[in-house]
Design a binder for this molecule. Structure first.
Ligand code: NDP
Length: 328
């Protein structure tokens, strides 16, 4: 039977005010879907790109791709989940900002009992991103020193802890002393205030002139050139986000002139494209949390109807760690 549930919708791209709380139809799940009664929703910077229109999707549409909850109904083809399972997902079609929804079952994994619903919603998209960045895009080795921008953010705090557990020294960047302290408390070895200090000079100093083999850069436009200057010859630039705007107009020659550099622009979806890959990456992430190598840091919570305030805080650099939308 079709139910009515509260969900955030946008009719047109725009600022946080473009998001409206509405009652929407929730039909029974399709054959490859599950219906999830959600307990908590994760907020991510990618939600801002879809709201603003930087990433396009035909309108009107919902928002959000990360949440946790309980399986309420199961499609006929779904084998790995059953009604009543505690679950989470971190990569789904838009629509996670809702009390309940249907999700393709391939994106959904069982949540271990040691991990709370809020932690599940905070960790899936960000933690799976840290997993592929540090373990697949460039497989970190103990003893290496790396540069990770926005180290006190949602992905950043997880990445700092994960890298430390691998024996890697993280040089993080943040925009305030308080965020720097948080990144250090979560495993960063050194933190540079990139609003005040010369990042390339500090990286040279901190590495004894060696620079780093890999830079993880989700800030985009503002840090692109600096990041290239921090790399060793033949180093890898991992440009995985656009918090300050997208990197465009790049001439390939710059990679030659700065030392035969490599560059990649990865997306989570390509790393967890099958249920097997999703389960393997999530399993590795959950093991790190259960072993207490990674503590889930939820810096702020907003009720679903205040999703606009949550977006303004995230876009305005006011958040630390993960942000959760709570449901009644
Ligand atoms: P964060 O919590 O990291 O928030 C973004 C942070 O970026 C801010 O807190 C701020 O930290 C920093 N920042 C730098 N410049 C700006 C700016 N001009 N405006 C706003 N913020 C700025 O967000 P998430 O953890 O959700 O995501 C981190 C990044 O990773 C995003 O860019 C996101 O798009 C990307 N991402 C990419 C994925 C992929 O597969 N490609 C998957 C998941 C996330 P500070 O104040 O310290 O500068």
């Amino acid at each position: 039977m079709t139910q009515q549930v509260k969900a955030i919708r946008i009719e047109a791209n725009g600022g946080p005010e473009a998001m409206k709380l509405a009652m929407v139809d929730l039909p029974p799940p399709g054959t490859d879907e599950v219906t999830i009664r959600q307990k908590a929703v994760g907020l991510n910077f990618i939600d801002i790109y879809f709201r603003s229109g930087l990433y396009k999707q035909s309108l009107p549409h919902g928002l959000g791709c990360e949440a946790s909850g309980i399986v309420e109904a199961v499609g006929a083809n779904v084998r790995h989940l059953k009604v009543g399972d505690r679950v989470a997902y971190g990569q789904s079609p838009l629509g996670a900002y809702a009390e309940a929804r249907n999700v393709p079952a391939n994106f959904v994994v069982k949540l271990p009992s040691a991990i709370s619903f809020e932690e599940g919603a905070a960790i899936m998209l960000k933690g799976l991103t840290a997993q592929y960045l540090l373990r697949q895009t460039y497989r970190l080795q103990g003893g290496e020193t790396i540069l990770f921008h926005a180290a006190a953010g949602g992905v950043g705090l997880i990445a700092c802890q994960w890298a430390k557990a691998l024996g890697v020294k993280v040089i993080g960047t943040t925009s305030s002393p308080e965020k720097a302290a948080l990144a250090k408390a979560n495993g960063a070895w050194e933190v540079i205030d990139y609003t005040r200090e010369n990042v390339a000079e500090r990286v040279l100093e901190l590495t004894g002139g060696n620079k780093v083999p890999v830079v993880y850069d989700s800030v985009g436009k503002d840090t692109w050139l600096t990041s290239l200057d921090c790399l060793q010859p033949r180093g890898l630039m991992v440009s995985f986000g656009n918090a300050s705007g997208p990197v465009d107009g790049v001439s390939l020659g710059i990679l030659a002139s700065k030392g035969s550099l490599y560059v990649t622009r990865p997306m989570l979806g390509d790393h967890v494209a099958t249920q097997e890959k999703m389960a393997a990456a999530a399993g590795e992430l959950f093991d790190m949390i259960i072993a207490k190598n990674i503590k889930v840091h939820i810096g702020q919570r907003f009720p679903l109807h205040e999703a606009g305030k949550a977006h303004a805080a995230l876009a305005g650099r006011q958040t630390r760690g993960a942000t959760i939308l709570t449901l009644d």
